[in-house]
Write a protein that binds this ligand. Structure first.
Ligand code: VGL
Ligand code: ZN
Length: 209
């Protein structure tokens, strides 16, 4: 398929050091998405990125709940919350985008997860859907109808970004070879792919664009 540059955007989700091998919340083979994203980028005029950006006291960190371990769930402000290792703390190296990621021509970066009492997987809203990041309005203001989603992690932030994009009425494509999952359970990424497809996302490979 040919990407229509006029009304299509590339969304790069959370390609940050902490989600890459060696990082605090490393996604297996997460680094393999970088050359794919760098290459596919040339097909787009409008490129945006999201950045997980937590204060040190964030409620999604197991370390901030006495006696709780990574992977356990709690209720955070009324929402189910999986507890994660400390990651993507604002202004830390872990929160930086990977140095090999080509940031040329990025139009805007949307930070998420700054509110200590609510997590934010989607690039559009927090998990309670109370606050917008501005990404949806930005895309609409720029005449975008088609979004192509890439990045980390397939089973969390990429999935929820895709589901919200669909909900907001965008024709939503997942570039399947430009994402990798955390896989807390072994099949999580496969299940996430299925769920996104069921909800209307179109899975494409970068070589088909
Ligand atoms: C993410 C867990 C916690 C992600 C962010 O980017 O997928 N996952 N924070
Ligand atoms: Zn996070």
């Amino acid at each position: 398929m040919e990407v229509n540059k006029e009304n299509s955007a590339l969304i790069i989700v959370d390609v940050q050091n902490d989600f890459l091998p060696g990082g605090a919340l490393a996604v297996g083979k997460g680094d393999e998405v970088i050359p794919v994203i760098n290459k596919v980028k040339d097909k787009f005029d409008l490129i945006v990125a999201t950045q997980d950006w937590h204060p040190a006291n964030h409620g999604s960190f197991a370390a901030n709940h006495e006696g709780k371990k990574v992977g356990e769930s709690i209720s955070l402000n009324g929402l189910d919350q999986i507890l994660w290792p400390v990651h993507c703390v604002e202004n830390s190296i872990g929160a930086d985008f990977h140095k090999s990621l080509d940031k040329q021509n990025w139009r805007e970066v949307f930070k998420k997860g700054s509110n200590p009492v609510v997590d934010s997987y989607s690039g559009f809203f927090d998990n309670g859907r109370k606050e917008k990041t501005g990404l949806g309005d930005f895309l609409k203001a720029n005449g975008i109808e088609n979004v192509f989603v890439t990045g980390l992690a397939a089973d969390y932030c990429v999935k929820f970004t895709v589901l919200d994009a669909l909900d907001l009425g965008f024709n939503t494509y997942l570039i399947a070879d430009a994402t990798k999952g955390v896989n807390l359970s072994p099949n999580d990424t496969l299940e996430a792919f299925k769920e996104m497809e069921t909800q209307g996302a179109i899975l494409v490979s970068s070589s088909s664009l």
